[in-house]
Design a protein around this ligand. Structure first.
Ligand code: SF4
Ligand code: SF4
Length: 239
């Protein structure tokens, strides 16, 4: 008997629900408030993988397994170039980026028409299948991937703060103007001031700022965290 189901590594209370919206069978529910982590109903899921491609956190994976087989297929979202090719041998990485084994690329589906995230299906042994979170194709030469004009920019700029839709390029522009002290940067750009209050973006922001300026995280300064640590309704404060 074949079984298809998804794994969801979505643990933070961030305002996000494209997985819920795209699922044609209501197999994922975020509900209200939108900061809830998703619930999954396997009995409604047909394994279409639409949620795998749409998740901005790249944290949904499709598992296909067959009773009695010692292999399984994991479909992963993949946003690196060049894309792997069918039949290639891939190193399989776990949640922490550690290599846990090897797999064979079985399918490469480029869903550019949807959101530019490719879906890579890798056949792996059952022993490592559920740990697989990414793959690494070891290059045999040092040639750079061919990029069409403008493609590099579209792949390097991204929303560093999803709540307030602040782009990395905006942080770079502000840093060039000398606004690098993190509390000031927050006031100018609103990075970290959205619904998640910086839980999703702070670490990334500090790492990017440190790359841009060469300053240490300590030198960049920490914005003050003010309670409540997650958004709540006024009636929850006053009963
Ligand atoms: S794989 Fe398809 S049916 Fe299953 S949860 Fe994702 S979008 Fe819904
Ligand atoms: S990060 Fe992915 S899994 Fe989590 S709520 Fe957003 S779309 Fe769903």
């Amino acid at each position: 008997m074949k079984r298809k189901y998804i794994l969801i590594d979505c643990f933070q209370d961030i305002p996000c629900n494209p997985c819920e919206e795209i699922c044609p069978h209501k197999a994922i529910e975020v509900g209200s408030p939108i900061t809830r982590t998703p619930r999954y109903y396997e009995e409604r899921c047909d394994g279409c993988a639409k949620c795998v491609a749409v998740c901005p956190g790249l944290c949904i994976y499709l598992v296909e397994e067959e009773e009695g087989s010692d292999k399984m297929t994991i479909t992963l979202p993949y946003e690196f170039l060049p894309l792997p090719r069918k039949g290639e041998l891939a190193s399989v990485l776990d949640y922490n980026g550690r290599e846990v084994g090897q797999g064979i690329v079985k399918r490469v589906k480029n869903t550019k028409s949807e959101n530019g995230t490719a879906l890579i299906s890798v056949e792996v042994s059952r022993a490592i299948g559920l740990a697989a979170r990414n793959i690494l194709i070891r290059k045999t030469d040092d040639s750079e991937p061919e990029l069409v004009e403008g493609e590099r920019e579209s792949f390097t700029d991204f929303q560093i703060c999803r709540c307030e839709e602040v782009l990395l390029s905006e942080l770079r522009t502000l840093a060039k103007m000398g606004i690098v002290f993190a509390p000031n940067l927050r006031r100018f750009s609103r990075v970290g001031l959205g619904l998640c209050q910086g839980k999703a973006c702070s670490e990334l922001m500090f790492s990017e700022l440190s790359n841009i300026t060469g300053m240490t995280v300590g030198e960049l300064g920490h914005p003050k965290a003010r309670p409540p640590v997650r958004p709540i309704k006024l009636r929850e404060l006053f009963g």
